[in-house]
Design a protein around this ligand. Structure first.
Ligand code: OSB
Ligand code: MG
Length: 390
């Protein structure tokens, strides 16, 4: 694309969707998911949509929907409206003057990639350099203190063809969770993995090493985000492959963790890294180091899921990631074309951009707050009547 793009209009909408079942990790529980949709429109009327997939409270990372709204509207949107760019990376470079706030950056960057691919008439996957037409489906399962309910969830996931099931674990419950799961899913297929979500301490090393008995395909981020050393120690002794999530906020940190042998595989998330642009760079780090990667998620609605699937179609994603159909979590998604798991795979959308259509009527009906920004400074903010949440 030679013609530079200039964004003429930006729309932000924040909306919550109730989860079909409450989701508990080693650190917290949630009943609904609140994400921001970022819509960019260029001078030719071409649009792109991205999703800010931060959590409601700063458990996973420091950002929330409120911090993202604030940083987007006050800092990032004005830059987006003032920058001419030919490739999404040019816009990301402008945003990189601002530190951190990766989830907020990711929503904007994803929208820029969608718009960029649509202008070229390419699918997002193709624009990213991907060639696969389907990706293996995997599902992440929350902590469930009711053994019968846990068993039913696992059986259902295996029955729907998921190729990998990820269990949430925490200190003190890791072995009982793995043991219960192994009774239902014997070693083989689907694969079983475990995610500690940074809730373990260095003293818990014996409990983590004991997980080797369960033949898990990976053990994800048991220790704190900054504790590469503890992961290095674990990886040196455990037979279960150690994977990093929360620690890998930038491609350079992935390089460092790999050079320290702190992990044998990496989880790449669009939100955590700050967008498709840095996620692509982290993918390239993994490929050049020969470390297998998989695509992680943040319970995205259909827009974010479509971007995850496009990214996961790249060759470095050689492992099954956390890519499940949004219908697993939500009764009503925000896109018109539902994703379905077929024979353990999800099809990579082939249409222009993210390849899905936002159900704007549904989104508007659910929006708690909407704002519109233009280069001339017009700002329209509306808040759903009778809605007290910010
Ligand atoms: O640690 O991978 C994680 C969801 C929210 C926050 C953190 C994580 C997760 C998941 C779910 O495990 C992955 C998904 O289905 O999107
Ligand atoms: Mg994780």
């Amino acid at each position: 694309m030679s013609e530079p793009v200039r964004i003429a209009r930006v729309r932000l909408r924040v909306l919550s969707l109730p989860l079909r079942n409450s989701f508990r990790t080693g650190s917290h529980a949630k009943d609904s998911i609140r994400h921001i949709l970022v819509e960019l429109e260029d001078a030719d009327g071409v649009t792109g949509t991205g999703e800010v997939a931060s959590e409601a409270a700063p458990y996973y990372g420091p950002e929330t929907a409120e911090t993202c709204w604030e940083v987007l509207s006050r800092h990032f949107v004005p830059v987006a409206l003032a920058t001419d760019w030919t490739h999404p990376r040019d816009l990301w470079d402008q945003l990189s003057r601002f530190r951190g706030n990766h989830f907020a950056k990711a929503g904007l960057d994803m929208a820029a990639w969608d718009l960029y691919a649509r202008r070229l008439g390419l699918s997002l996957a193709t624009a990213l350099g991907a060639q696969r037409d389907r990706v293996p489906a995997g599902i992440s399962i929350g902590v469930n203190s009711d053994p019968a309910g846990f068993a039913r969830t696992l059986e259902a996931a295996a029955g729907r063809g998921y190729r990998r099931i990820k269990l949430k674990i925490g200190p003190g419950i890791a072995h009982s969770v793995a043991r219960q799961a192994r009774r239902i899913v014997p070693p083989g297929w689907p694969e079983l993995g475990a995610d500690g979500n940074a809730t373990f301490h260095r003293d818990d090393l014996p409990e983590l090493l004991g997980l080797d008995d369960f033949q898990l395909c990976m053990l994800e981020q048991p220790f704190g985000a900054d504790d590469l050393t503890a992961h290095q120690q674990l990886a040196a002794t455990a037979s279960t492959p150690v994977c990093l999530d929360e620690s890998l906020t930038t491609p350079r940190l992935a390089e460092l963790a790999i050079s320290m042998s702190a992990c044998r595989q990496i989880n790449i998330k669009i939100s955590r890294t700050g967008g498709l642009t840095p996620a692509l760079a982290m993918h390239d780090v993994a490929v050049s180091a020969g470390v297998p990667a998989w695509c992680g998620g943040m319970h995205e609605f259909g827009v974010g899921r479509a971007a995850n699937i496009a990214l996961a179609a790249l060759p470095g994603f050689s492992l099954t990631g956390d890519i499940s159909a949004p219908a697993e979590r939500y009764d009503h998604d925000i896109i018109a074309e539902p994703f379905v798991v077929r024979d353990g795979y999800l099809a990579v959308p082939a249409g222009p951009g993210i390849g899905v259509t936002v159900d704007t009527a549904f989104v508007s009906s659910r929006a708690e707050r909407e704002a519109e920004y233009t280069a001339t400074g017009t700002v329209k903010t509306t808040r759903a009547a009778g809605n007290s949440s910010r």
